[in-house]
Design a binder for this molecule. Structure first.
Ligand SMILES: NC(=O)c1ccc[n+]([C@@H]2O[C@H](COP(=O)([O-])OP(=O)(O)OC[C@H]3O[C@@H](n4cnc5c(N)ncnc54)[C@H](OP(=O)(O)O)[C@@H]3O)[C@@H](O)[C@H]2O)c1
Length: 319
């Protein structure tokens, strides 16, 4: 089978395609023939070796084969596997199951997988899990309703394009922040107001939001607090080390305050979140925004596009 590997830290140039033997499922594992996966910031940050990643694995990427989103078909089952049949269509996020989806096959415990719902394509199924679970977990920290206003910073990326649609499904008023090229798609997805982050500083717009979901951490906690309503929530999803540490410190200091400041640590093993997201997909309230689809052999190009930060939504790898 073909798979993309990255043995050393770096950018897209570290990736290469190799031939490897097809693994055999043991115990409760199943062998999945992968039809599609998608690139997430976790893949790019792991290969790059950002500070937090290098703390756990100083010399080389923790996983040689990256890719956490999987959609495909069960091709063989282990002796203790009972959940799926050969031919079942499955999907999931495998960040907590050692990644490994930029590959034609993957063996993994059946516990990690869910059946792909009818009418969901392999491409959609590979775009949804990681980014939509992240968005859902960030948003449901606050009990959203039509009375509330949400600001999503970095709303045109993988997580953000789902976050807009999920927040809309709760009826909330949405302000979406991203670059000038992503303004119209953010409006189409349901944003009531859109800001270009290069033109507008959302923390200076004089508004107060009930929930700020932030995948960039570009404002100080002091500014964030002035942009939050009295009982507002700030959820930091991603950012540099400084913003993560500052937010963690503020979350401890802030325990008795009315406003709630926190850093999200996603729980990918809890399938209830994907179930909620799947429900929205079935109700046609959530559709993945597919930026582009590449073949596995073109993974360097796909990665380069992700690194260029000129994409909107999800970049899919087809196998
Ligand atoms: N908390 C967790 O457990 C967890 C788990 C996985 C991932 N994450 C983090 O989640 C974050 C979001 O992931 P993602 O996949 O959605 O990333 P993404 O697809 O790269 O999206 C980020 C978006 O933010 C925009 N942006 C860049 N600079 C900005 C600024 N100054 N202000 C506002 N928007 C800006 C980018 O636009 P441009 O095209 O202009 O750059 C892009 O559209 C990442 O930082 C990742 O590390 C967290």
């Amino acid at each position: 089978m073909k798979q993309a590997i990255g043995k050393k830290y770096g950018n897209h140039s570290r990736l290469s395609i190799i031939d490897a033997p097809i693994p055999k499922p043991v115990g409760d594992e199943v062998l999945v023939k992968i039809h599609a996966s998608s690139i997430n910031s976790a893949d790019v940050e792991t290969l790059k070796g950002i500070f937090l990643i290098r703390m756990g694995s100083p010399f080389k990427p923790k996983y040689k084969v990256l890719g956490s989103d999987i959609s495909g078909i069960v091709e063989a089952i282990g002796p203790l596997s009972t959940k799926f049949k050969i031919g079942s269509k499955v999907y999931a996020d495998l960040s907590e199951w050692k990644f490994g989806c930029f590959s034609e096959y993957k063996v993994v415990s059946e516990k990690s997988l869910r059946p792909i719902p009818e009418n969901m394509s392999y491409v959609d199924a590979a775009s949804i899990p990681s980014a939509a679970i992240l968005a859902y977990q960030g948003l449901v920290k606050f009990e959203l309703s039509s009375k509330h206003s949400v600001l999503i910073n970095g709303a045109g990326g993988g997580m953000g394009t789902f976050a807009i649609q999920i927040a809309k499904s709760f009826g909330a008023e949405i302000t979406a922040v991203d670059n000038e090229h992503k303004q119209s798609i953010m409006s189409e997805l349901g944003a009531d107001y859109v800001y270009d982050y290069k033109e507008v500083d959302f923390s200076q717009d004089g508004k107060q939001y009930d929930l700020i979901l932030d995948c960039k951490g570009t404002r100080t906690i002091r500014k964030i607090k002035t942009s939050l309503s009295n009982f507002g929530y700030y959820v930091l999803i991603g950012g540099n080390n400084r913003s993560i540490i500052a937010t963690l410190i503020a979350s401890r200091k802030n325990k008795k305050a009315k406003q709630n400041i926190s850093v999200l640590f996603a729980k990918y093993n809890d399938q209830s979140y994907l179930e909620q997201v799947q429900k929205l997909y079935k109700e046609k309230k959530l559709t993945p925004t597919i930026d582009s689809v590449y073949d596995l052999t073109e993974i360097k190009e796909a990665w380069k596009r992700f690194e260029s930060e000129k994409f909107t939504g999800k970049i899919v790898i087809k196998l």
